[in-house]
Design a protein around this ligand. Structure first.
Ligand SMILES: [Zn+2]
Length: 561
């Protein structure tokens, strides 16, 4: 070999070897921690190493420190608790942002308080502009004097303080709203307007409008609200405002991935765009939802052609089969205890359910059906069974709140995931017994222990903005079934263990959205999404869980806050 050629070869080999050496070094190492990995053994380790946004190793300080090079950033956790980034399996991303921008009624305690909030907002809002609010719940009020018909207030007081603004205030459940006179006028609603199927315009015994619209009747008002069709740019800007607000809230609580439980195609396109321009930095897995006619056509456009599949996908379809218990919408096998004429609302024709099931099965898409009442849950399971949907499609029942004992084993048998919101249990506790009676409440409501004992898969979320997106209050509800404000306990025998509750916010949720191969635990080659907390969620007292604060939040190895 010629001397010069030999020299060149040596240089190349040296360059190759040193590049290998660089490759072995981690970009980031975190040591001296209490790190819950959420792997299959629930391993707790001292240290993890990250390279190119992914976990390359988890183990002891000594082993992981061996992966450090000159360029490696080392963070000393000084004993802090670190765990995988939290995944909210069911939330409404832009609605959350919107609820934070509009009037928030979640903590409102009576009708007068709500009316005065609207009065204030009307003073600051240009005339004729819509005023929106969300979160009122009459069963959580401290005064019943305003509940003059069917457990609802009349719109009169509201209309009196807002004669020049259309006002729409959505119920906390999202399944009813109250509108003022101006809004009803703009929607062309009069006492003669008939209720649509699967919905009710609530009128009193004298056929007078109360202003309340339930389930499908809500569209009559919201269509008027959205009728000022926005230009593409304005619509994108509005979505961006909502998304940024929601993201800020999510990151503050260590939510690194969120499943949006219902977006139409336009919203999917806007979210995708905001992901591509990096306005949205958390991961979003979205479910397609639209009105029945459009939905069947749009299913053919799924899976959404995403350009950033690590951060955005829409491969799921959402349906609503019934309403919520609070607004008498949950579809029950037997009538409501406090309203013996009501069985709830079946908000979707069963023929449509059947067609969507067939379309999703043919396209191998994951279907997520909202079902709260025991009848609603049974119908979904029946249709899945009848259509022989393969369990590997991981279909989900969203909420799965009230389930007849006969149906509990069917979740595991059919491979159906119970996508629950543990905070709904304690939040709704004050009226569940009223609606269902004590023994039915005990036997059918929020049956997480029974589902887990029967080998069912569970996912957990908040349904934000129905509840706050705070995962620590949600975890507290999962492991205690106690309300934070007054300690009221709702059938504690159904609670989850600490480990189950943590897995139901990480790896189980990753499974529920088909991302368990790259998200949900801190294992080799998974994305380095993790959070550092000021409490050890494996060992702290129950009462400390809701006080937990996020000290730092990382997505793909990058610090977010
Ligand atoms: Zn929801």
């Amino acid at each position: 070999m010629q001397d010069s050629k030999f020299k060149l070869l040596v240089v190349i080999i040296f360059a190759f070897l040193s590049s290998c050496k660089i490759k072995e070094n981690a970009d980031l190492i975190l040591i001296n921690g209490t790190i819950y990995t959420a792997d299959s053994k629930n391993s707790v380790v001292q240290a993890i190493a990250v390279k190119e946004g992914k976990i390359v190793a988890a183990g002891s300080n000594i082993n992981i420190q061996g992966l450090a090079g000159d360029q490696t950033q080392i963070i000393d956790l000084a004993g802090d608790f670190l765990m995988p980034g939290l995944i909210d399996a069911h939330a409404h991303f832009t609605s959350l942002g919107k609820s934070l921008i509009n009037i928030n009624l979640l903590d409102s305690k009576n009708w007068e308080e709500i009316v005065s909030l609207v009065e204030q907002k009307a003073k600051e809002t240009p005339k004729a502009e819509w005023i929106e609010g969300r979160g009122w719940h009459q069963d959580k009020w401290n005064s019943n004097t305003d509940l003059r018909f069917d457990g609802y207030p009349y719109h009169d007081l509201l209309s009196a303080v807002s004669p020049d603004h259309p006002v729409v205030l959505t119920h906390a459940s999202g399944h009813a709203l109250i509108a003022n006179s101006k809004a009803m006028e703009m929607a062309n609603i009069s006492a003669e307007t008939a209720s649509p199927s699967g919905g009710r315009i609530v009128k009193d015994a004298n056929n007078r409008l109360t202003g309340v619209f339930e389930e499908n009747a809500m569209d009559l008002i919201t269509n008027a609200l959205n009728s000022k069709t926005l230009s593409k740019e304005k619509s994108l800007q509005r979505t961006k405002n909502y998304a940024l607000k929601a993201q800020q809230e999510a990151l503050q609580y260590g939510i690194t991935c969120l499943q949006d439980a219902g977006a139409d195609f336009q919203l999917l396109e806007e979210l995708h765009q905001l992901i591509l321009d990096s306005s949205i930095k958390i991961r979003i897995e979205a479910m397609l939802f639209d009105n029945n006619d459009r939905l069947l056509k749009e299913i053919n456009r799924l899976p959404f052609p995403t350009q950033k599949p690590d951060f955005f996908n829409a491969r799921q379809v959402k349906l609503y089969l019934d309403g919520a218990l609070g607004s008498y919408g949950a579809w029950l096998l037997q009538a409501y205890s406090d309203n013996p004429k009501m069985l709830g609302q079946n908000t979707l024709p069963l023929t449509t359910l059947d067609s969507v099931i067939k379309a999703c099965k043919a396209k191998q898409l994951q279907l997520c059906v909202h079902a709260i009442g025991d009848r609603g849950n049974r119908e979904v399971l029946d249709y899945i069974e009848k259509n022989q949907v393969p369990p590997q499609l991981r279909w989900r029942i969203e909420h799965a709140q009230h389930i007849d004992s006969m149906d509990i084993p069917r979740f595991a048998k059919l491979g159906v995931i119970a996508s629950v919101q543990t905070l709904h249990c304690t939040s709704d506790a004050p009226f569940v017994i009223k609606r269902l009676g004590r023994s039915r409440g005990a036997k059918t409501s929020y049956r997480w222990r029974d589902l887990l004992n029967a080998d069912a898969k569970i996912a957990n979320g908040t349904d934000a903005p129905v509840e706050k997106i705070n995962p620590f209050e949600n975890l507290y509800a999962a492991v205690t079934r106690k309300r934070l404000d007054n300690g009221l306990e709702f059938f504690p025998e159904q609670k989850m263990t600490r480990i189950e509750a943590l897995r139901a916010y990480t790896i189980w949720n990753a499974y529920a959205m088909n991302r368990e191969k790259d998200l949900g635990s801190l294992e080799f080659n998974k994305w380095a999404d993790f959070i550092i907390l000021d409490h050890n969620l494996l060992s702290c007292e129950d009462s400390e869980i809701p006080k937990t604060k996020v000290k730092a939040c990382f997505i793909a190895g990058k610090k977010m806050n």
